[in-house]
Design a protein around this ligand. Structure first.
Ligand code: TYM
Length: 325
């Protein structure tokens, strides 16, 4: 099965990215034909310094390698190393009704947060559809916030196929319920744009400091608490061992545990969970030539796959010289 997904290089990756997406990338590289990419064309909608963007791209590649993507199993490439993407985006945009893009929540959200209402931001889902359809993807592991983009991708593919014949495969989203929306420090979805993140590779001191900021109610230590509605508990659940989880769950319900204690245990668990990846990351960072080699090899593979599908789409809609005289 062809698995494909992308991450924007718009800042350091956080634990929402990890549980909502990256962990599934790692699991799905086994036994599948997996393609993962760093979505730098998409990041241009928010990152406006060339140097910064290049640094973020490098950082995301090393983060993904450190977190377990194996370049011998998965193709880990950079979106703009395959400029065919932008051509397909144009072909797709010619069959995409404005109304579909107007109803996209991510565009409305970002404009509401103060980002300028630019065309790139508006047309973002068409570029994302191109990313996915260009590789004949069967399965796309993502968090819940990308569900609407996946629906639009399928709609665009169907519309193109209805217009020009069967060109594109219809991809399916792969969203795991328990981690579809990882909460941030304030209980809203963890997101760079809400400034409520814990970064995967934050240094241990910062992780502890941030964990202390997690918003909770003011139930006193001795009173019973409801773990199911507690943001702190939801984060703890992601990292705790089965025994620790059972212990904290029981003490929440009976009373006798304070949020302060859980915050410290959570911070320790996060630091321990990513310690091996932190070491692997330092190793990749020390060998940028190896990172570059991964990028170059993956670009070649991705480009070859992309070319086949783009040629199919060009042929179907009549642009370029025909391959069948
Ligand atoms: P991005 O870069 O915002 O996020 C990368 C992945 O992390 C998931 N995610 C979360 N999951 C659970 N809880 C959270 N709090 C959380 N925050 C982020 C996202 O759902 C995503 O899977 N548009 C995409 C990038 C993209 C893409 C694609 C994805 C471009 N082209 C093609 C799939 C296929 C984005 O902005 O993700």
């Amino acid at each position: 099965m062809r698995v494909l997904s992308g991450i924007q290089p718009s800042g350091a990756l956080h634990i929402g990215n990890y549980f909502g997406a990256i962990r599934q990338y790692v699991a799905l590289q086994e036994g599948n034909d997996a393609f993962y990419f760093v979505a730098d064309y998409h990041a241009l909608t928010s990152v406006r310094k060339a140097e910064t963007l290049r640094k973020y791209v490098f950082d995301v590649i090393v983060d993904l390698l450190a977190l377990g993507l194996d370049p011998d199993r998965a193709t880990l490439f950079v979106q703009s190393d395959v400029p065919e993407t932008t051509e397909l985006a144009w072909l797709l945009s010619t069959v995409t009704p404005m109304g579909w893009l107007e109803k996209c929540v991510s565009y409305k959200d970002k404009v509401q947060q103060g980002l300028p209402a630019e065309h790139g931001l508006f047309a973002y889902p068409v570029l994302q559809a191109a990313d996915i359809l260009l590789y004949d993807a069967d399965l796309v592991p993502v968090g819940q916030d990308q569900k609407q983009h996946l629906e639009i991708t399928r709609d665009i593919a169907e519309r193109f196929n209805n217009t020009y014949g069967e060109v594109f495969k219809l991809p399916k989203p792969y969203i795991l319920d328990q981690v579809a929306v990882v909460p941030g420090l304030d209980g809203r979805k963890m997101s760079k744009s809400y400034d409520n993140t814990i970064e995967i590779f934050d240094d241990p001191k910062t992780i502890t400091k941030k964990a202390k900021k997690i918003v909770t109610d003011s139930t006193p230590v001795e009173s019973p608490k409801n773990p199911d509605t507690c943001n702190l508990f939801q984060l703890f659940k992601l990292f705790a061992s089965a025994d620790d989880l059972a212990d904290v769950d029981r003490r929440y319900r009976s009373g006798g545990i304070g949020y302060g204690e859980v915050k410290v245990r959570l911070a320790d668990a996060i630091i321990a969970a990513f310690a091996p990846a932190r070491e692997r990351r330092a190793d990749w960072v020390a060998h940028p030539e190896r990172v570059e080699a991964v990028r170059v090899a993956a670009a070649l593979k991705a480009k070859t796959a992309a070319r086949t599908v783009l040629d199919r789409a060009r042929e179907a809609c009549g642009v370029g010289r025909s391959r069948t005289p």
